[in-house]
Design a protein around this ligand. Structure first.
Ligand code: ADP
Length: 228
């Protein structure tokens, strides 16, 4: 990302959500993004994932400048290279865990087997459960299995534990860590919870649309050891 800026609206009511963020991220890294509400974290992640476009600046994915891509190319990038996990799971209630994952694997080029994706998040024993028969944390892990089943290079997670208590939240984070370690997926996790920073390779702090700090953890802490 190079000098990324985003302005919503115009004139006196314009909101400067990002004010020039530059960051290079190596393949396979796990980044934790912290910062107060409204500091630009979601805007940053949405531009990174091709859900939104920058007002100025560049986003490079390998040799491709996403800010120069037309809508079709951006859709193709999003479809093949990016997985998303949000605070709410958005599972289809009338489909089982396996069927929710299969929806994606059926339209992907080189997908994981749905059973393999569910095993990576620790749900190998629950493929035939419907969302209503699963806890919040389990539903979020199905959503993670669905997001990574197409083997995206990048997994973007916006407050993935926002609706969960500590005990179930750490299992969701453990699932994200397993994916990063076993599949080599580059993972970004937005959180309000500073404790989560300890599981990252790097911790990026946002403030008022800027990156105000970036540090490297010498050692990652296993998510199951985190408590908040
Ligand atoms: P964070 O994720 O750190 O809470 P956001 O990226 O969601 O921050 O928001 C940054 C700023 O941009 C906030 O002031 C927010 O109100 C504003 N904003 C975000 N999305 C929109 C939008 N679609 N239209 C107008 N303003 C927006």
């Amino acid at each position: 990302m190079q000098d990324l800026a985003k302005v919503y609206g115009q004139g006196p009511s314009a909101v400067h959500a990002l004010r020039g963020v530059s960051m290079e991220v190596g393949e396979g890294r796990l980044l934790v993004l912290l910062g107060p509400s409204g500091s630009g974290k979601s805007t940053f992640l949405n531009i990174l994932g091709g859900l939104d476009r920058a007002t100025s600046g560049h986003v490079w994915f390998g040799d491709t400048d996403l800010t120069e891509c037309d809508d079709d190319a951006l859709t193709e990038y999003r479809r093949s290279s990016v997985g998303f996990v949000f605070q709410f799971y958005n599972l289809i209630a009338s489909l089982t865990a396996r069927e929710n994952v299969s929806l994606i694997t059926e339209i992907s080029v080189n997908p994981l087997d749905p059973a393999e994706a569910l095993a990576l998040v620790g749900l190998e024993r629950r493929p035939d459960h419907f969302p209503a028969q699963l806890s919040g944390g389990e539903q979020q892990r199905v959503a993670i299995a669905r997001a990574i089943a197409k083997r995206p290079q990048v997994l973007l997670c916006d407050e993935p534990t926002g609706a969960l208590d500590s005990a179930t939240g750490v299992r969701v984070l453990a699932a994200l860590e397993t994916i990063n370690r076993e599949l080599g997926t580059t993972v970004f996790i937005i959180t309000h919870n500073a404790v989560v920073a300890e599981m990252g390779d790097e911790v990026v702090q946002f403030g008022d649309g800027r990156m105000v700090d970036r540090r490297v953890n010498t050692k990652r802490k296993p998510p199951l050891e985190l408590r908040w």
